[in-house]
Design a protein around this ligand. Structure first.
Ligand code: AVJ
Length: 344
C-alpha cells in the first residue's frame, strides 16, 4: 500500500468522544489523487464558451461550499438528507446483511461522513474508504470517524469520482461494497450515470454490491421548494461557485450581478439550477472574456429525479441487478435506497 498517515500525535487512549474536534488525532491513511487544479480552468473556459453556458456542479465543493451544502441538508425544505437518513436508520440492519461484513467499503462523495455513521454499527467493514473532492473536509471527517470507530481502518481518498480512478490500495482479501448516498447519481446526465455506474461495478468486481440513494419524482412544489429555500442558503451555495472561480481562476464575476434560479424540468425529469445575469455584462476568467446578455443563464446543476422502475432500468443498462429497494413510505415515497449487485 502506498499511503501515509494523515496525522500522528497523542495515543488513541487520549481520544474520547468528548474530545474537541481539533484534538482528534486518530490515524487515517490519506491518499491524494490531486483532483481538479489543472483541469478547472480549461473546464470553466469550455463551459462558458457554450451557447448555453455551463459550469460543473463538482466545483461547488470548496471548503465554504462544503459547509453551505451541510447547511442545505438541515433546511426544512431540503427533504432528501433527513429522509434518506431515516431510511438508513430503519433498514440499516437489512442493508448490512446484503452488503456483508468484513468488506472494503468505498463511499463516493463522503462529505461529512454522517450517513455512514448510521450504517457502521450494523455494517462492520474491515476497511472504510471515503472518496471526496474536498480535501480538508474529507480529512476532518475521516479523522472524526476514525476517532469514534477506533478499530476501523480508514483510507481517505481525495479524488474526483466523476472521472475514472483506481482504488489506491492493493487489497484483494476483502469483498468490496460501495455506498453512494444523497442522490448524487442524479447530478449525471443519464448516459453519464450509466457509464459511471459501470465504472463503479468494475471497481467492485463480480457480485459486488452498491447501496445507492435516489431521489424520487414527486409533487413539483415540493421539489422546487427544496432548491429555493426561504433562507437563501441554496442561492448562496450556487453563487459561491462564482466566488470560488474569482479566487482560484483570477476572475471578476460580480456576485450581485447574478441571481439564483432553480426549477423542475418535467420533460427531462430534473431540477435545473442556473445563475442568471441581471444585466448585460462582461466577465474575465483567467485572461479570457465572456459576454452575458441580460437574462442569460449559466447552467450550474442538474438533479435528475427517478421513479423506482426508471432507476432500475438505468441500473440494468449499466450491468447491475437491482436486489432490494427501501423507501420512506409505501404511498408517495420521497426517496429510495437501492441495493444493486454487479453482474458485469
Ligand atoms: C447532493 C448533488 C444530490 O442535487 O440535491 C442541493 C446538491 N444542490 N441543493 C442535490 C444540491 C442544491 C444535491 N446533491
Amino acid at each position: 500500500m502506498r499511503d501515509q498517515p494523515a496525522s500522528t500525535g497523542s495515543s488513541s487512549e487520549t481520544c474520547t468522544p468528548q474530545t474537541r474536534a481539533d484534538d482528534i488525532t486518530a490515524k487515517v491513511h490519506f491518499h491524494d489523487l490531486h483532483p481538479t487544479p489543472a483541469d478547472m480552468r480549461a473546464d470553466v473556459h469550455q463551459g462558458l464558451a457554450l451557447a448555453q453556458k455551463r459550469l460543473s456542479p463538482k466545483y461547488f465543493y470548496d471548503a465554504h461550499g462544503s459547509h453551505l451544502f451541510d447547511a442545505i441538508c438541515e433546511l426544512p425544505e431540503y427533504y432528501p438528507t433527513r429522509t434518506e437518513i431515516d431510511i438508513l436508520r430503519r433498514h440499516g440492519a437489512e442493508m448490512a446483511e446484503r452488503l456483508g461484513c468484513d468488506a472494503l467499503l468505498v463511499e463516493l462523495g463522503s462529505g461529512s461522513s454522517l450517513k455512514i455513521r448510521v450504517l457502521l454499527e450494523a455494517l462492520r467493514p474491515a476497511v472504510y474508504m471515503p472518496v471526496d473532492i474536498s480535501k480538508d473536509h474529507l480529512l476532518q471527517s475521516a479523522e472524526a470517524l476514525a476517532a469514534t470507530f477506533p478499530s476501523l481502518q480508514v483510507h481517505a481518498v481525495c479524488a474526483d469520482y466523476s472521472v475514472p480512478f483506481t482504488l489506491p490500495v492493493d487489497d484483494h482479501e476483502h469483498p468490496r461494497a460501495a455506498f453512494f448516498p444523497g442522490s448524487s447519481v442524479g447530478n449525471f446526465e443519464p448516459p453519464d450515470a450509466e457509464r459511471f455506474l459501470r465504472r463503479i461495478g468494475d471497481l467492485l468486481g463480480s457480485g459486488g454490491r452498491l447501496l445507492v440513494g435516489v431521489d424520487l419524482v414527486k409533487d413539483v412544489q415540493v421539489l422546487e421548494a427544496a432548491y429555493n429555500d426561504a433562507d437563501g442558503v441554496t442561492a448562496d451555495f450556487n453563487l459561491n461557485l462564482l466566488a470560488r472561480i474569482n479566487r482560484e481562476l483570477d476572475a471578476d464575476f460580480d456576485l450581485t450581478g447574478f441571481r439564483h434560479s432553480a426549477w423542475f424540468n418535467p420533460e427531462s425529469s430534473r431540477i435545473e439550477m442556473h445563475l442568471v445575469s441581471a444585466r448585460e455584462q462582461k466577465v474575465s476568467v483567467a485572461g479570457r472574456n465572456f459576454a452575458f446578455r441580460k437574462g442569460e443563464s449559466m447552467h450550474t446543476e442538474c438533479s435528475y429525479k427517478y421513479s423506482i422502475e426508471g432507476f432500475h432500468r438505468l441500473a440494468r443498462r449499466a450491468g447491475f441487478e437491482p436486489e432490494q429497494v427501501w423507501t420512506d413510505s409505501d404511498q408517495a415515497p420521497l426517496f429510495s435506497v437501492h441495493c444493486l449487485v454487479w453482474r458485469g
